[in-house]
Design a protein around this ligand. Structure first.
Ligand code: AHN
Ligand code: ZN
Length: 357
């Protein structure tokens, strides 16, 4: 106001006009700097450059992507297996849940245990637990990372029929994705990106009907924890920009083609993730070819809560089962099948995606 009055009053005296304009500029600059510095609680994560408000060359802040420790991830896989098969309703399952909750609690800002009841393929009611670790829970800009932590009660694809009712270790099918995500949680505790992250370990993904009782291919008997969460997210109105599901990410020389539902619901994000992996030299694993459509946890997230979610999943049409890796749903899905090189490829790619977001 005063400045404005001065400007009018001295409009004929060029010298005063010059000083007044200069003061206006200083005030504007002050506001700009203030807004840039304190204006947004969550500064624009995309801005990798910091302007120093002058004419000098902007300073480039390099994105530092943390180094994913595959030995640490391997340890987290082995630890899950140490409880025994994590079959819902068993003591092993309960003990592992406690360990997951405590371990993630040491890394995340918040851990939510979502308990639920659900009906499995044979109409029996089961108790389930989704385990959710949140980083920067108040941030709007979020990415969701997921895997399933339960293991299958049947080895119904085992070549030996005697093993059909044996629960599997699920080293690859379940524990590998969780192991990678727990290591990512540890990295997020050490190096904090400027976005919010939720890691959800879904329960009851793998209690679909066993082969011999499968009358019709009912897809909604799989991914029960993901279905529950998608219908009842842990926070009212929850959403995220993208989701990444990891399933069977630990076998030697695994191949992750562009999975069908990922390309259907999140084509751009899928391609971006595969490009990031390719640039990192992981193109032999992240093969840039379309793969089959898999009814996995991400399908329900896409369909129900509509967060564009991709699936990094080992698919191999040349395997004995025609779709997944050879030891899928057999008693051989054990720790011997886990290769730290594959855990590294997947973990490092996901961390790069997070830090480049
Ligand atoms: C179906 O076979 C329909 N879904 C497989 C999803 C799955 C099982 N992922 C791991 N185990
Ligand atoms: Zn499975």
């Amino acid at each position: 106001m005063i400045l404005f009055k001065n400007l009018i009053f001295h409009r004929k005296t060029g010298l005063f006009k010059f000083f007044v304009l200069k003061r206006i500029k200083i005030v504007l600059l002050f506001f700009t700097v203030t807004i840039l510095t304190f204006g947004c609680g969550e500064s624009n994560p995309k801005s990798n450059t910091s302007s120093n408000a002058g004419n000098t060359t902007p300073e480039i802040t390099k994105i530092v992507v943390p180094d994913f420790d595959a030995d640490s991830a391997y340890y987290f896989v082995a630890k899950q297996l140490s409880f025994g098969p994590r079959v819902p309703g068993t003591n092993s399952h309960a003990a592992c849940a406690l360990w997951l909750e405590q371990t993630l609690g040491g890394f995340a800002d918040e851990v939510t245990i979502q308990e639920f009841k659900t009906r499995i393929y044979n109409n029996r009611i089961f108790d389930g637990k989704n385990i959710i670790a949140s980083f920067k829970p108040k941030f709007q800009h979020r990415i969701l990372l997921a895997a399933h932590w339960d293991s299958r009660p049947f080895a119904d694809h085992d070549p030996n029929q005697d093993n059909f009712n044996t629960p599997i270790d699920g080293a690859n099918d379940g524990a590998s994705g969780c192991g990678v995500l727990i290591e990512i949680a540890r990295q997020l505790h050490l190096h904090k990106p400027n976005i919010g992250i939720d890691i959800i370990l879904f329960d009851l993904e793998d209690y679909g009907p066993p082969q011999d009782t499968q009358t019709n291919e009912s897809t909604d008997t799989w991914g029960l924890g993901a279905q529950y969460w998608s219908n009842n997210p842990h926070k009212f109105g929850y959403t995220a920009r993208y989701g990444i599901l990891l399933d069977m990410v630990g076998a030697e020389n695994a191949t992750f083609p562009l999975e069908g539902f990922s390309m259907y619901y999140a084509p751009d994000f899928t391609k971006r993730v595969w490009e990031i992996a390719g640039k990192a030299g992981y193109g032999n694993y992240f093969v840039y070819e379309e793969g089959g459509y898999i009814t996995d946890d991400h399908y329900f997230i896409n369909k129900i809560i509509q967060i564009p979610t991709i699936n990094i999943i080992h698919l191999d049409p040349t395997s004995s089962n025609g779709t997944f890796y050879d030891h899928w749903h057999t008693v051989n899905d054990n720790l011997e099948q886990i290769d730290t090189a594959t855990l590294k490829v997947v973990g490092q790619t996901v961390i790069a995606v997070i830090f480049e977001e």
